[in-house]
Design a protein around this ligand. Structure first.
Ligand SMILES: *Cc1c(COP(=O)(O)O)cnc(C)c1O
Length: 403
C-alpha cells in the first residue's frame, strides 16, 4: 500500500489572515510606509509581535530570509573579498547571501548528527582569519548553542544564525536566534509561517537594527517601524546606508501575523509526526537517525535519516522505490539537485574539498518533509513505505570499507 499524501503541502493560510489581507487590499495600503504618517500598519505590528515572540529588542521585516542574512552580514561589517565561515550542511540561499556581499565561503565540517563540528570550526577560524560565522540550523538541527556561544566569544567570532527551520525551537530554554549578533527567519511556504515569501531579521544590537532598517529602504520613515533604535543611532547611519528595497509588503505581514499564535500548535503537530515516524525507522534495520540532545527543543517540519553503507546506485534505487510508493524522498548526495541546493559542490565560490566528511555524510543522507495534520495512520504508512523501499532494494546494497 502506498503512502497517501502530498508531503510538500504547505501550512494553510488561516481564515483570519485571509480576512485581514482582503480588508487591507480594499484600502490599497500595501506598502509598509505612509508619507502622511500612520502607525506602520501590519508590518510594524508584525515586527513588534515577532520581537516579543523571539525575545529580541528589534525585528526588521524583509522580503526574504536571504535578504535578512545579506543585511546581517553587511551590518556585521563583512566586506567584499572577506572570508566568512559557513557550515557545510545548508541550503543554496545561505551561500547565496555570502555571494551577495561578495564574501568568500570557508566551509566547516558537520558531525553525523548534522550539526557544525566545533573542532573544525576552531581550526578553520584560526587558519582563515575569518571573524564571522553564518550558521545554518539546517533542517532544524541545533548544535550545543551554549558551547558555540563560548567558542565564538573565545575565538572572536561574530555569529549570525539562519533560523529558517528553527522558529519555535530552543536550546536549554533559550530560543534559536538569540545566541549571536542576529537571527534570520523565513516565511517562505516551506517554513513554519507561510506567506509565500518573507523574512525577518532579529537582533539586540542598535547598529545592526539601524543598518537593516535603512538598507531595507525606509525613505526616512523609519519611525513607523515596529521596533526602531533611538534617533541618534538612526542619524549616525542614515547617510551611510543605501536603499536596497528589501522591505516586506503589508500584505505579507497581514498574512503572517495571525499565524504567529498558531505556532505552538503547529510545532506540536510536526513533532508528533516526526517522532512517530522517527521511532519506526529507528527500530528498523538500515536507517540511522541523528541523535537529538536533551537540551534541544526542536520544531521538526521535516525528517532526516542516513542509509550508511549504500553507494550512489543503491541510494538511487531506494529513492526511486520510495517515490513509487508515494513518499517523496530527497537525497542530499544527488549530483543533480531537484528543487533544493544543499550540496556544497554546487555552491558558488565554495570548495567542497574543504569538507570531505560533510560530503560523505550527505552522500547517504535523505529527507522527507512533514505537512501538518498527518494522521497517525498516515505516519505509519510513510514509515512502512520507507522501510519496504529499503528492503526491496537490499540486494543493491554495496558494502563500503569503514572510513
Ligand atoms: C528557506 C531557507 C532559507 C532562505 O529563506 P528565503 O526566505 O527563501 O530566502 C535559508 N536557509 C534555509 C536553511 C532555508 O531552508
Amino acid at each position: 500500500m502506498s503512502a497517501p499524501t502530498d508531503l510538500g503541502r504547505p501550512p494553510e493560510i488561516p481564515p483570519l489572515a485571509i480576512a485581514q489581507a482582503t480588508a487591507l487590499m480594499e484600502t490599497g495600503r500595501l506598502h509598509r510606509y505612509s508619507e502622511e504618517g500612520g502607525d506602520g500598519g501590519p508590518v510594524a505590528a508584525l515586527e513588534r509581535a515577532f520581537a516579543q515572540l523571539t525575545g529580541r529588542r528589534y525585528a526588521v521585516a524583509l522580503n526574504s530570509c536571504g535578504s535578512a542574512m545579506f543585511l546581517a552580514l553587511k551590518a556585521a561589517g563583512v566586506r567584499p573579498g572577506e572570508k566568512v565561515l559557513l557550515n557545510a550542511f545548508s541550503l543554496g540561499p545561505v551561500p547565496g547571501a555570502l555571494q551577495h556581499v561578495g564574501a568568500i565561503p570557508v566551509l566547516v565540517e558537520i558531525t553525523e548528527d548534522l550539526v557544525i563540528d566545533f573542532d573544525d570550526l576552531r581550526a578553520k577560524a584560526r587558519a582563515s582569519g575569518a571573524r564571522v560565522l553564518l550558521l545554518s540550523h539546517m533542517r532544524g538541527h541545533l548544535c550545543d548553542l551554549d558551547a558555540l556561544e563560548e567558542l565564538c566569544r573565545n575565538e572572536g567570532i561574530s555569529l549570525i544564525e539562519d533560523c529558517a527551520h528553527t522558529l519555535g525551537a530552543s536550546w536549554a530554554g533559550r530560543q534559536a536566534g538569540n545566541f549571536g549578533l542576529a537571527g534570520c527567519f523565513s516565511f517562505q511556504s516551506g517554513k513554519h509561517v507561510n506567506t509565500g515569501e518573507g523574512g525577518i531579521l532579529t537582533t539586540d544590537d542598535d547598529d545592526v537594527a539601524a543598518q537593516a532598517i535603512l538598507h531595507a529602504g525606509s525613505y526616512r520613515l523609519y519611525r513607523q517601524n515596529g521596533t526602531c533604535p533611538p534617533e541618534e543611532v538612526m542619524a549616525k547611519w542614515a547617510d551611510r546606508c543605501g536603499n536596497y528595497s528589501l522591505r516586506m509588503s503589508a500584505l505579507v505581514a497581514a498574512l503572517a501575523l495571525p499565524q504567529l499564535s498558531l505556532l505552538p500548535e503547529r510545532v506540536a503537530d510536526w513533532n508528533r509526526c516526526h517522532d512517530r515516524i522517527a521511532q519506526r525507522l529507528q527500530a528498523a534495520r538500515g536507517f540511522v537517525l541523528p541523535q537529538r540532545p536533551q537540551a534541544e527543543a526542536y520544531a521538526q517540519s521535516s525528517l532526516q535519516f542516513r542509509l550508511p553503507a549504500r553507494d550512489a546506485a543503491a541510494m538511487e534505487a531506494f529513492i526511486a522505490v520510495a517515490r513509487a510508493r508515494g513518499v517523496w524522498v530527497k537525497w542530499f548526495g544527488s549530483t543533480l539537485p531537484e528543487g533544493y541546493s544543499s550540496n556544497p559542490a554546487q555552491w558558488p565560490g565554495a570548495q567542497a574539498a574543504e569538507v570531505p566528511r560533510a560530503c560523505a555524510i550527505q552522500a547517504t543522507l535523505c529527507d522527507i518533509r512533514l505537512p501538518l495534520e498527518l494522521s497517525a495512520q498516515d505516519c505509519d504508512l510513510i514509515a512502512d513505505a520507507l522501510i519496504q523501499a529499503l528492503e526491496a532494494t537490499d540486494d543493491k546494497k554495496v558494502h563500503r570499507a569503514a572510513t
